[in-house]
Design a protein around this ligand. Structure first.
Ligand SMILES: [Zn+2]
Length: 84
């Protein structure tokens, strides 16, 4: 391979690299937005699955308790509502 051939190959490679970069930017720019929107939806759905109605649980027996209850209806443990 002559130097000239090599130079032209490098130039060609750089050119196509730039084109690929530009394509990736334009493609990923759109799809990343879509992916982010989809992910946010899925995260919201996952959150709702984990805590359907934000039901608090007894720290002792993990039974669901009503917000504001002073004692667990299941085991009688005293409940504290520091954050409310
Ligand atoms: Zn309990």
């Amino acid at each position: 391979m002559s130097d000239e051939d090599y130079e032209s190959l490098v130039a060609e490679h750089r050119k196509s690299q730039k084109e690929i970069d530009a394509r990736i930017k334009s493609i990923s720019g759109v799809s990343m937005q879509e992916i982010t929107t989809e992910l946010e939806k899925e995260i919201e759905q996952a959150k709702n699955k984990i805590a359907p109605q934000k039901t608090p649980a007894c720290p002792e027996c993990k039974a669901p308790v009503k917000p504001g209850d002073r004692f667990c209806a299941s085991c009688g443990a005293k409940l504290e509502w520091k954050m409310q």
